[in-house]
Design a protein around this ligand. Structure first.
Ligand code: UD1
Length: 427
């Protein structure tokens, strides 16, 4: 069992390089399964566990996948199977993209129901509704989604809720549907646009990604291409928040500042100084943060994935801050852990009311999900004394090299492996 140990209270200085976007990579990799001619060379792939799981899943389907540093070369011409049911499939969320991708390519797909962070109900009814509208027959049996279609035919689909996953999944299937598909009330997240750009480079015909309406004209096949994943806006937000919380002066590099506007705006409201450049943002803070209120919303609103992280900043700010979580109904579990450090919070349904305290104190914490784990790291960086975080496999699903990136900024953080400790005790 591995854990992260932090000795808090160090300010952060220097620069940090942001990796490729997790949520784009975990959609682009399944999209490559739709390519039957040539190879996809995908650059800026983040070094995270969710990517490793997808590589294993694609290998099981029959693809040939090579990883060289941050580049993946995927040859899906050899994929024969439409069945994805390994442990990896139900241990991650984004495996649901294989439903749309395999259905598009083979007109049939059997994919285990997805797992991922436990932050709410997370239904996939909108994915199913969209795929059915394209002509697929879908049933759920023995924990798998079974999708089949004689042929896929373009249609007009209005999503009942704005869903990143449903938008991308139905977009996959629509790429090979006869005629035109119009998707309305879609997600506008940067990774939706990134995936559409990747599909278009492979030969798809998708227009409107990044707006409320996406129009897809079906094509017969997709061929290989070279692509580079966009930078991770959530990883960037995490480092920006870490600097704001710990104080210091850090240049966050390899980013698209526009994707971070809602986060920068809130940090400025809290009293942080932000300088925006073409592909970097400098974050500077030397004083106690001011209280702020946030309401999570689909892009370009404040991202729910940063809610837990800003929750830590609010915990040490002056005054009372309020979080209104409108996307996932169960995304406040991390506060039960943070309370052990002295956080003063009251949860009322979908709202968290946080009275800022002057100091947090280190203690033993358990990461309850991916972003909660990142929030706990920031809390540990701020706290007096030692913080120990277990269940860090959640963090490894989405943050490449988090300890070494933070150490480079001056944080006192390291990873301890129980097995090595036991081994050292024996010799
Ligand atoms: C994706 C992101 C996740 C992020 C979330 C919201 C990936 C791999 N994960 O998750 O990091 O927190 O977007 O930005 O990209 N919903 C339905 N029915 C559906 C689908 C969704 O009711 O069929 C609801 C969800 O319960 C939630 C909301 O729609 O309330 C948004 O969910 P969605 O955008 O689909 O999230 P994910 O794709 O699971």
């Amino acid at each position: 069992m591995e854990k992260i140990i932090i000795n808090g209270s160090n300010p952060l200085y220097g620069s940090v390089e942001i990796s490729g976007a997790k949520n784009a990579a975990v959609a682009v990799i399944p999209a490559a399964v739709m390519c039957s001619v040539g190879k996809c060379v995908i650059d800026n792939i983040p070094n995270i566990e969710d990517v490793n799981k997808l590589i294993r899943i694609l290998n099981t389907l029959g693809a040939r996948v090579t990883k060289v540093n941050n580049t993946l070369i995927i040859d899906s011409s050899s994929v024969k199977s439409h069945v994805a049911n390994s442990d990896d499939v139900h241990n991650m969320r984004a495996s649901y993209y294989l439903i749309g991708a395999l259905l598009a390519r083979f007109k049939k797909a059997v994919v285990d129901l997805p797992g991922g962070c436990s932050i709410g109900d997370r239904p996939i009814d909108q994915h199913i509704k969209g795929l059915e509208k394209l002509g697929a027959n879908i049933k759920i049996e023995h924990g798998s989604v079974i999708a089949e279609a004689d042929k896929l035919i373009g249609n007009n689909i209005f999503f009942d809720v704005v869903s990143v996953g449903a938008t991308i999944n139905v977009m996959f299937a629509a790429c090979f549907a006869e005629g035109v598909t119009v998707l309305e009330n879609v997600a506008k997240e940067p990774h939706v646009v990134d995936v559409a750009n990747f599909l278009n480079l492979m030969g798809a015909n998708i227009k409107g990604a990044g707006t409320d309406v996406i129009k897809i004209t079906g094509v017969k096949k997709l061929k290989g291409c070279s692509y580079s994943i966009i930078p991770d806006q959530i990883e960037a937000s995490t480092y920006m928040m870490a600097v704001a919380a710990c104080k210091g002066d850090v240049l966050v590099k390899n980013i698209i500042p526009k994707h971070l506007e809602s986060v920068s705006a809130k940090l400025i409201e809290m009293g942080v100084t932000i300088y925006e450049y073409d592909d970097s943002i400098r974050v500077k803070n030397n004083k106690r943060l001011r209280e702020v209120n946030i309401k999570t919303a689909p892009y370009p609103g404040f991202p729910t994935d940063v809610q837990q992280i800003i929750g830590v900043l609010m915990s040490i700010s002056k005054g009372t801050s309020v979080i209104s979580e409108s996307i996932f109904e169960n995304r406040f579990k991390y506060f039960d852990e943070l309370k052990k450090m002295g956080v003063n919070v009251k949860i009322e349904g979908r709202a968290a009311i946080i009275n800022g305290v002057e100091r947090l104190t280190g203690c033993k914490l358990k990461a309850t999900d991916l972003r909660a784990g990142a929030a706990m790291i920031i809390a540990g960086l701020v706290a007096e004394g030692e913080t120990e975080i277990t269940s860090i496999e959640h963090i490894d699903r989405g943050y490449p090299d988090i300890e070494s990136k933070l150490r480079k900024l001056g944080a006192n953080i390291y990873r301890e492996c129980e097995d090595i400790k036991e081994f050292k005790n024996i010799i």
